[in-house]
Design a protein around this ligand. Structure first.
Ligand SMILES: [Zn+2]
Length: 179
């Protein structure tokens, strides 16, 4: 009976996390990676979600999840917002833990949702979608090609491409150099 109860609780927790991810317009493959639910089950959850909340402006995004870090260098705004999000990831100890993130547990996914929701509250018009934030999380978890660094000019946090020599300072300093 106890085992059944705990399985039921786990399944319920998994569904709650999946609904939370649907609310963030996460793609099926992201939800599958984050919850371990099957693609069929997730598609059914999507249907139930939209049936239950027809007025909510949630879009179902199709196709592949973002895989390009170049997104975060599209403009100084992208760069600064990515650095702010990365600083939050570091503060909440998400960075430098690659193994845990390929098979995250539900608590970690919930903590990441908390973090992203906090970021959205601080930066409501952000250009960084949940899927982009999820991608950034996985790239920075590895800490190989991209690392968090201190800007040599303003000492602010920025994301440095370790394979690229330029630029060598943060977006804020490039657009508005300190006196
Ligand atoms: Zn700087």
């Amino acid at each position: 009976m106890r085992i059944t109860d705990s399985r039921y609780d786990r399944d319920r927790q998994r569904l709650n996390v999946a609904y939370r991810l649907i609310g963030h317009e996460a793609r099926t493959q992201t939800i599958r990676q984050a919850t371990g639910l099957s693609g069929d089950r997730i598609r059914k959850l999507y249907r139930d979600y939209f049936k239950g909340q027809p007025a909510r402006p949630v879009r179902r995004r199709r196709g592949k999840s973002p895989r390009q870090m170049s997104f975060f260098w599209r403009s100084p705004v992208h760069e600064v917002q990515a650095a702010a999000l990365a600083a939050m990831l570091q503060h909440c100890r998400f960075i430098g833990r690659p193994r845990a993130l390929y098979r995250p547990n539900l608590d970690e996914v919930n903590r990441f949702c908390d973090l992203y929701e906090t970021f959205r509250a601080l930066c409501p018009a952000t250009v960084i979608s949940f899927e982009h934030a999820w991608h950034l999380l996985h790239v920075l978890a590895r800490l190989d090609e991209f690392v968090l660094a201190r800007c040599p000019d303003c000492h602010g946090t920025w994301i440095r491409d370790t394979l690229d020599l330029l630029p060598d300072n943060c977006a804020a300093c490039r657009t508005d150099p300190p006196d």
